[in-house]
Design a protein around this ligand. Structure first.
Ligand code: NAD
Length: 343
């Protein structure tokens, strides 16, 4: 029934030959119901490994690839993920590679991701799905679609995975999805949720039982992940980097307030506790400054994503974080000096 609907769209649309090719191949994939689909997870790090494990648990034939031999060995050992010898002959490519500079986790860089896409472009069959789950700058998905010569479906399904709460905020949680074209979105929705209808703005989870795995060969296979589809893939890209920029802002405000208290000789912890008694306020703890390989990088991605107007508030937040770090260092250094003197 799904395929018939997609077919109807093809003949009513005014589209280029290349788009027609990808839509025709989407019919093949959709009618397949992903029963014998081969999935390649690219990047088997903190995010990619749990994804590979989850996709395998849902009954798919899962392969993995990483530039680091150790990452592949770990995936083989921990989750029995098969090592991919080539990028040929897969139905779904899930990209989870890092998107920061190799020697600077705070600076966005997608060279590695684009290198992967070149490889996929050379080896992949028409109509396969490329799902980018890594965090990417605005415009990346459309660029990827161009690099794939419009032959493959491209979607972006940014991740909200959180290492400290993997049960509640792991691979299976509500996520946003966007497709370069409607057909990309439809086929990917079928893979992720079992429903190929693009109800932008409403959540979809047809077979989204968190713990079930669909191993029966007669069953339709999907990931059972609830999704919130959006009509423009750039909305999906910006959703991820803006939500992390928002978190960055919240921590930066806590740092700002902390510095305010230091300058004015007030107790930050007492002030924070008092403010947080109000029902709509939650001042965070500033701790060591805003770190990790997500918040600072993603906030910079967001800042770089606008062609003209830059977010003044985020630019200021980056400065506040630097001031806060300097303050912490100035507190630590005399202690280190002291220790040296004792020795
Ligand atoms: N870890 C999280 O909590 C989290 C949450 C949401 C989004 N993300 C995003 O997911 C992406 C991956 O994050 P991560 O935490 O898994 O990073 P990670 O550093 O733990 O893992 C990335 C993996 O990609 C591999 N890799 C890098 N370049 C490659 C290439 N060209 N080809 C093949 N493999 C390559 C690395 O060897 C590494 O194993 C990033 O864009 C990150 O912002 C991460």
């Amino acid at each position: 029934m799904q395929s018939t609907w997609i077919k109807g769209q093809i003949f009513s649309d005014t589209i280029t030959n290349s788009i027609l090719a990808i839509k025709e191949s989407s019919i093949i994939t959709a009618s397949n119901n992903f029963r014998n689909s081969r999935v390649l997870i690219i990047g088997l790090g903190q995010l990619g490994l749990p994804i590979a494990k989850y996709v395998k648990e849902r009954g798919f034939d899962v392969y993995g690839y990483d530039i680091e031999r150790k990452a592949i060995e770990r995936a083989e050992k921990i989750a029995s993920i098969k090592r991919a010898d080539s990028f040929s002959d897969f139905d779904i490519y899930i990209i989870c590679v890092s998107t920061h500079k190799p020697n600077d986790i705070f600076t966005p860089q997608i060279d590695g991701l684009l290198y992967i896409v070149e490889e996929i472009s050379r080896k992949a069959k028409n109509g396969a799905i490329v799902s980018i789950e890594s965090t990417i700058p605005r415009g990346t998905s459309k660029k990827v679609f161009e690099m794939l010569n419009h032959r493959l479906h491209v979607v972006h399904v940014p991740h909200r995975w959180y290492a400290l709460e993997e049960m509640e905020h792991g691979v299976n949680q509500l996520r946003v999805i966007g497709g370069v074209h409607d057909c990309c979105l439809r086929v990917a929705l079928q893979f992720y949720t079992g429903d190929g209808n693009n109800n932008s703005g409403s959540e979809i989870n047809i077979n989204g039982n968190n713990n079930s795995s669909n191993n029966n060969d007669n069953e339709i296979r999907n990931l059972g992940i609830p999704l919130h589809p959006v009509s423009d893939i750039e909305i999906a890209e910006i959703t991820k980097i803006a939500e992390n920029a928002h978190r960055y802002l919240q921590i930066a405000f806590a740092e700002d307030l902390y510095l305010y208290c230091k300058t004015n000789n007030l107790s930050f912890s007492e002030l924070r506790e008092a403010i947080n008694t109000k029902w709509n306020v939650n001042i965070l703890e500033p701790r060591d400054g805003i770190g990790g390989h997500c918040l600072p990088k993603d906030t910079r991605m967001f800042l770089q994503s606008s062609k003209s107007i830059k977010s003044k508030i985020l630019t200021a937040a980056l400065e506040v974080d630097q001031d806060y770090r300097r303050h912490r260092q100035s507190r630590v250094e005399p202690e280190i000096l002291c220790n040296d003197m004792v020795k």
